[in-house]
Design a protein around this ligand. Structure first.
Ligand code: P71
Length: 457
C-alpha cells in the first residue's frame, strides 16, 4: 500500500477552542453588526479570517524568542534578522517594520507623490490604501485569466505585459515603480512565474522604472514555481527565492505570513540611496533603524521563521492542507477559484448565491451564513473590501465577489478542514433559500471593511 502524505511536524502545544450553538452565533453576529471582524475570537470555532499573524511558531522560533536582545540600538537580534534577510533575499539593505503595511508606509513615503500611477498585478487592499492615501492611483494589470474562477492557469498571478506596457507608454512619467504581489492575494493566492517576473523586469528596464515586490507569501510563490514552472523542478526553494528577488529593486514584507510570526515586517532593498531616504521615515513612523517597531525577540523569531518557511517539506505540508480543503469543496461541486492557491480557498460567491444582488454584498452574505452554520469565520473579498471610488464616492463592484477561507500555518488539522467543508456543503444544498443580503448602516471613509456596520435586508 502506498503510504499517505502526512504533516512534516508534530504538535507540542495545544490551545483549546470551543463549539457554540446556532442560536448563540446568531445573537453574537447580530451584536457584531454582521461584521465578522467585530466577533470575539472565542465565539469562533475554526478561524479562517486570515493567515496573517495566526500561524503556530516552531519550538526553534520560541527558543529564539528567549534569546532576543532588547538593546535599543545595534542589538544582536537585528544582526541575526539582517543576516537572514540578506541570505534569503539577496538584498543588502534591511529595515524592520511592525508589519507589512508599515513597510508600505515607509517606502511609499519616499517613492509616491500625488498624481502618480502604480501599475501591478491586483494590489492588496493595504497597498492600494497607501497608494490612494497619497492621491496616487493603482492600476491593475493582472492577466484576464485570473478573473475567470473556472479557468485553470498555472500562474494566475501573472502581470499582463501588454497592459503593463500600455500604462508605461502612456503615463511613464507618472510611474514611480511597478509592484508585483507574490503570491497575488487578491486574485486567490495565485503565483507569479519566474518568466513573468523576468519579463516585468525587462519592461521596467526599458522604461527606467523600479520593481517592488510585495512579498508577504514569497515562499508559497516559490513552491508553486518549483512544482509548475519548466526547468525549476530541480532547484531548491531557496534558489528560486533568490532568482525571484533578483528581478526586484526592493521588497515590502509582512512577516506575519511567510515568516510564520505573529507580528512583524520589513523592507529590503538594493540601493543605498533609497535606504537612506527610507531611513528618515523609518525613524519617524517605526522606530530606530535596528528595531523598527519590533522587540528584539520578534526579530529573532522572524529570522528563524524565514529559514523554516523556505524549506520544501514545510511548504508542501502547508500548501497541501489548503489543497485538501479545496479538493473537498470541488468534490461537492462548490465553485472556488481554481487552481487552488497557496494560503486560502476563495469561494466564488456570485456563483454560490446567484439570487443575492451585488448591492447587497454577496460574499459578505455567504461569510455570515457560513459562520452561523458552522462557527467558521471567513472574510469577504468583494464589494465591502473594494470600497468606494475615492473621487466619485460610488461603490466599486469588483469583477469577483469572493469569500476567502485563509488557512493559518501549522494550526488546524484536516479534521477541521472536514468540518469547514461540511458547513459549506450544507449551505450549498440550501443555497436557493438565501435570497437577500445586507445594507450598510455605518462605514469609515477608507478601508471600511474592518469596522463597517450592517443590517439584514
Ligand atoms: C490578509 C492580510 C491581513 C489583512 C489585511 C486586511 C484585512 C484582513 C487581513 C495583508 C497583506 C497582504 C499582502 C499581499 C500586504 C499586506 C499587509 N494581508 N500585502 O491577507 O496580504 O500586511 O497585514 O502585515 O500590514 O489577511 P500587514
Amino acid at each position: 500500500m502506498e503510504l499517505p502524505f502526512a504533516e512534516s511536524y508534530r504538535i507540542k502545544m495545544v490551545e483549546p477552542i470551543r463549539r457554540s450553538t446556532r442560536a448563540e452565533r446568531e445573537q453574537w453576529l447580530k451584536d457584531a453588526n454582521y461584521n465578522l471582524f467585530n466577533l470575539k475570537s472565542e465565539y469562533v470555532f475554526v478561524d479562517l479570517l486570515t493567515d496573517s499573524g495566526t500561524g503556530a511558531m516552531s519550538d526553534r522560533q520560541w527558543s529564539e524568542m528567549m534569546l532576543g536582545d532588547e538593546s535599543y540600538a545595534g542589538a544582536s537580534s537585528f544582526h541575526k534578522f539582517q543576516n537572514a534577510i540578506r541570505e534569503i533575499t539577496g538584498f543588502e539593505y534591511v529595515l524592520p517594520t511592525h508589519q507589512g503595511r508599515a513597510a508600505e508606509n515607509v517606502l511609499f513615503s519616499v517613492l509616491i507623490k500625488e498624481g502618480d500611477i502604480v501599475p501591478g498585478n491586483s494590489h492588496f487592499d493595504t497597498t492600494k490604501g497607501h497608494i490612494e492615501y497619497r492621491k496616487a492611483k493603482a492600476v491593475d494589470c493582472t492577466i484576464d485569466e485570473a478573473f475567470d474562477t473556472t479557468l485553470i492557469h498555472a500562474f494566475k498571478g501573472n502581470v499582463d505585459l501588454s497592459k503593463l506596457e500600455k500604462v508605461l507608454r502612456e503615463s511613464g512619467n507618472k510611474i514611480p515603480f511597478i509592484i508585483i504581489t507574490i503570491t497575488c492575494n487578491s486574485s486567490g493566492g495565485q503565483p507569479v512565474s519566474l518568466e513573468n517576473m523576468k519579463a516585468v523586469r525587462q519592461l521596467a528596464n526599458k522604461y527606467g522604472k523600479r520593481v517592488v515586490m510585495d512579498s508577504a507569501r514569497f515562499a508559497e510563490n516559490a513552491y508553486f514555481i518549483k512544482l509548475r514552472e519548466e526547468g525549476c523542478q530541480h532547484k531548491s526553494i531557496k534558489e528560486i527565492v533568490r532568482e525571484m528577488f533578483s528581478y526586484a529593486d526592493a521588497i515590502t514584507m509582512s512577516a506575519k505570513k511567510d515568516a510564520i510570526v505573529n507580528i512583524g515586517g520589513f523592507i529590503a532593498m538594493r540601493e543605498k540611496e533609497l535606504f537612506s531616504s527610507s531611513s528618515v521615515f523609518e525613524i519617524m513612523y517605526e522606530g530606530f533603524l535596528t528595531y523598527g517597531g519590533l522587540a528584539g525577540r520578534d526579530l529573532n523569531a522572524i529570522a528563524q521563521g524565514l529559514y523554516e518557511a523556505t524549506e520544501f517539506d514545510y511548504l508542501e505540508t502547508r500548501v497541501k492542507q489548503v489543497e485538501y480543503l479545496g479538493d473537498k469543496l470541488l468534490d461537492y461541486g462548490i465553485p472556488i477559484q481554481q487552481p487552488i492557491g497557496g494560503h486560502a480557498i476563495f469561494v466564488d460567491a456570485k456563483r454560490f448565491l446567484p439570487h443575492v444582488k451585488k448591492e447587497e454584498f454577496i460574499a459578505q452574505t455567504l461569510a455570515v451564513h457560513l459562520y452561523i452554520e458552522a462557527g467558521v469565520r471567513g472574510v469577504e473579498i468583494g464589494t465591502l473590501l473594494a470600497d468606494r471610488d475615492p473621487v466619485t464616492r460610488e461603490n466599486r463592484y469588483p469583477e469577483l465577489e469572493l469569500m476567502r477561507l485563509a488557512i493559518p500555518r501549522r494550526v488546524y488539522t484536516n479534521n477541521h478542514m472536514d468540518l469547514v467543508a461540511a458547513g459549506l456543503k450544507n449551505l450549498w444544498d440550501r443555497r436557493n433559500t438565501i435570497k437577500h443580503g445586507f445594507r450598510i448602516v455605518r462605514e469609515a471613509p477608507i478601508m471600511r471593511h474592518f469596522t463597517v456596520e450592517l443590517e439584514k435586508i
